[in-house]
Write a protein that binds this ligand. Structure first.
Ligand SMILES: [Zn+2]
Ligand SMILES: [Zn+2]
Length: 767
């Protein structure tokens, strides 16, 4: 006797091959009925024998498509209606914006099997993909998501691909980028000496060149990579020199999980992160020394192959650990257009492995780590973007343009907050262009009328992002204070709008309410009522303003100017260079010197006292160096960092560092005592304020909280006090999360009108 049931599946179930999966499952269990994409997820009706229905529901729960994530399955008994077959019905509704653009997906197991099956028509084909895997965001040119609106538009399907594309039972049913060697794009290898045509031959040649120590530019999903053998120190050194990248670590790609396990220490959770569909670069403690890959760094950043091309390269015998770094010079954004790549990378790469499929937009690799409080995203890009990270109340569309460093933008449509890929430092022309393109992209893809937008930007009047926001002509540009935005990003991820928390916002630099350089701020409040600044780091002076971030000794001059009885810091063991004297001179004359409460600069000052007296070559380098130093020592007595009258006083902290340096104490121990002192002092302040304000949740955000040792210390100190700690997980704690916080505070009316901001800006510019 026939039974029937209706099923609704919620979660990430649209645009991930769910309907063909349901179709195949229903056919396998000889069931009739239909499946469609509804407003709230996938809707299924089916009828047939009871055991078949049960088996179907069981398999639905246990074997969903790889990129799907089922939040909820509702099954209701229904009356059979006498259907004879199972069909995929067209959606009755316009697709919701949330399902329009999926992040890119790594090649699935089924496609991998075909890739290495000599009998398969797509054997060795670097563009193999299906509804469960392959490019999405990096090939979409417009909506709806159909082939003519992707970068595959100029390749028409041959009979083989076309039949699969139109077969509801096939894994490639409506797979927009579907292709095969006969009808699709291919790869070519170009060098000064030769051009190798054909994907298979060019991949073989590329693998050989890598083995020979060459540097290759390899076209990937969201841009070009520069690749070389990570165990070949000469190749790595050449890459550093040609790329003008002095010390910033290079990312690695390991051929498989076993190789990755040999490279870095991986917990079960870290492996899960490495293997997750975003396939991020995962930072983990190094187990091997690879000269030149990550100088002065105990961690390595490792990712696994995610495109068919990567798998083919390793199968063709490429070295099993490759440096795979974004193809650019220094800190420019990743190159993604062929001509641009050939132009910008000539002189860096010995050869180019060029794929014909164009890249719709640049999307870097994401960077993540398994932190003290779970997975943390440090750079949110490929595999995550442009996914939604939060659901906001209210329906007004909001565009938040982020900050100028580590920029990302957020668009809120129908309450869904979509965060763009990492765009980078807007000071670079290429990044600024990418920033403008991304805004245009998102606004047009989600069909928002620009005149309806609320545009939110940082309150820094001289940010390029601010200037651009003011030209967008939305309904009402609004300014959101930097450190409040950091905090709001933590609460937004959790959908906590009313909960009052104590918020700690520690970073390198941000424009404060008073026009000074903030970065060591403690707030109380909620998203809905706003955050009141109730404590901060004691104010120091910063000669040169934001430019001081380049030179730890320059920041040190500003902090040390408040200390009595300083020794001669140009002498041993400190050896400060002339720049320190020049900075002191600026302070004495009060020229280009600005007040600051930045914890980032306090870290720089301590790092300078511990020996980091040179220029930094990438953002946050001195603080990272100090953290590594501190990790080399066991837990030790903290230096004092007293809290009184709403101020955390850095003077005893730095005085202790100087005293112990003069006593010749081990630098690791000094760094450890500094870090522990910072945590202990902050903890004492937080406990006192929590009692006063009747709070028991602390939210931590800002770039300083990329320091895992600091988080470990705070966890061990705050948990016994019964204080809960909230941190970022979906967006980075650094400025990559600012746009989400801006959007949220704009939605809740916690902002300043840009016009009022403009009136007051002349009085207190510091930059
Ligand atoms: Zn696939
Ligand atoms: Zn084909």
């Amino acid at each position: 006797m026939a039974s029937a049931c209706s099923i609704r599946v919620r979660g990430v179930v649209q645009g991930v091959g769910f309907r063909p999966f349901v179709y195949r499952l229903a056919r396998a269990n000889t069931l009739a009925g239909w499946v469609l994409n509804g407003e709230e997820g996938v809707e299924i009706f089916m009828e047939g024998a009871q055991p078949g229905l049960q088996a179907f529901v069981q398999d639905l729960k246990t074997q969903p498509p790889p990129a799907a994530s089922i939040a909820e399955i509702e099954v209701h008994a229904a009356a059979p209606v006498g259907l004879n077959e199972f069909t995929i019905r067209e959606s009755q509704h316009r697709e919701r914006p949330t399902v329009r653009i999926s992040p890119d997906l790594p090649v699935c197991n089924d496609c991998r099997k075909e890739l290495f099956d000599p009998a398969d028509p797509r054997y060795s084909y670097p563009y193999i993909n299906c509804t469960n895997c392959g490019p999405r965001y990096t090939v979409v040119l417009g909506l709806p998501y159909d082939r003519p609106n992707t970068t595959m538009q100029r390749w028409s399907l041959d009979e083989y691909c076309d039949a699969q594309y139109h077969d509801p039972g096939n894994r490639r049913f409506h797979a927009q980028p579907v292709a095969c060697p006969k009808c699709g794009p291919s790869y070519t290898l170009c060098s000064d000496v030769a051009v190798v045509h054909g994907s298979a031959a060019s991949v073989r040649k590329a693998a050989q060149l890598l083995n020979d120590g060459s540097i290759l530019a390899v076209k990937g999903l969201g841009g070009y990579h520069l690749a070389c053998d990570a165990r070949n120190a000469a190749a790595v050194a050449a890459l550093r020199e040609r790329k003008y990248r002095k010390e910033q670590p290079f990312a690695l790609m390991a051929s498989d999980i076993d190789v990755a396990r040999g490279l870095v220490e991986l917990s079960e959770e870290a492996e899960a992160l490495l293997l997750s569909t975003a396939r991020p670069i995962v930072l983990a403690p190094a187990k091997t020394e690879l000269p030149g890959v990550a100088p002065d760094n105990d961690e390595l950043g490792v990712m696994l192959p995610y495109t068919p091309l990567h798998h083919l390269l390793f199968a063709a015998g490429a070295p099993e650990i490759l440096v795979m770094t974004s193809a650019n010079r220094s800190s420019e954004p990743i190159a993604y257009e062929d001509e641009e790549a050939l132009d910008r990378l000539s002189g860096i790469a010995d050869a180019f492995l060029i794929g014909e499929r164009p890249i719709a937009r640049r999307v870097d690799d994401s960077v993540a780590r398994l932190g003290t409080f779970g997975p943390v995203i440090l750079r949110r890009a490929r595999g995550y973007a442009p996914g939604a990270v939060a659901t906001l109340p209210g329906a007004r569309p909001i565009l938040a343009v982020g900050a100028d460093l580590k920029n990302s933008v957020t668009l809120v449509v129908d309450g869904q907050a979509f965060v763009s890929q990492h765009i980078g430092d807007l000071g670079h022309y290429q990044s600024l262009r990418a920033f403008q393109e991304t805004i245009h992209d998102l606004v047009s893809m989600y069909e928002v009328r620009p005149e309806d937008l609320i545009v939110a930007h940082d309150s820094h009047p001289q940010y390029l992002s601010t200037a651009h926001a003011l030209t967008l002509g939305g309904r009402q540009p609004v300014a959101v204070q930097h450190h409040r935005a950091h905090l709001a990003s933590v609460l937004a991820e959790r959908g906590e709008w009313e909960t009052r928390v104590l918020g700690v916002s520690f970073d390198g630099t941000g424009y404060g309410d008073d026009g000074s350089i903030w970065g060591g701020e403690i707030f109380a409040g909620s998203v809905n009522t706003g955050f009141e600044r109730i404590a901060h780091l004691r104010s120091a002076s910063l000669p040169g303003g934001d430019a001081a971030a380049q030179y730890p000794v320059q920041a040190a001059a500003g902090f040390l100017a408040q200390l009595d009885g300083l020794p001669d810091l140009t002498a041993i063991p400190f050896g400060f260079p002339q720049r320190y004297q020049n900075a002191l001179e600026l302070i004495r004359k009060d020229v280009r010197t600005f007040p600051t409460t930045s914890i980032g600069r306090l870290f720089d000052a301590a790092a300078a006292l511990l020996g980091f007296t040179r220029e930094v070559t990438f953002e946050g380098q001195a603080a990272m160096w100090l953290e590594q130093l501190a990790r080399s020592a066991a837990l030790t007595e903290p230096y004092p960092f007293p809290f009184a009258s709403g101020e955390l006083d850095f003077r005893p902290l730095l005085q202790s560092v100087i005293r112990d340096r003069l006593l010749g104490r081990d630098r690791g121990k000094i760094a450890r005592a500094f870090q522990r002192g910072l945590s202990q002092g902050l903890c004492d302040a937080l406990v006192a304020i929590c009692q006063m304000q009747n709070l028991d949740i602390v939210a931590l955000s800002g770039g300083v909280f990329q320091n895992e040792l600091l988080l470990q210390d705070l966890k061990s100190l705050l948990e016994p006090e019964r204080i809960e700690i909230w941190t970022n997980h979906a967006v980075p704690p650094n400025d990559g999360g600012i746009s989400l916080g801006q959007a949220v505070l704009a939605a809740f009316g916690q902002f300043e009108r840009s016009t009022e901001m403009a009136r007051s800006q002349d009085e207190n510019n510091y930059a």
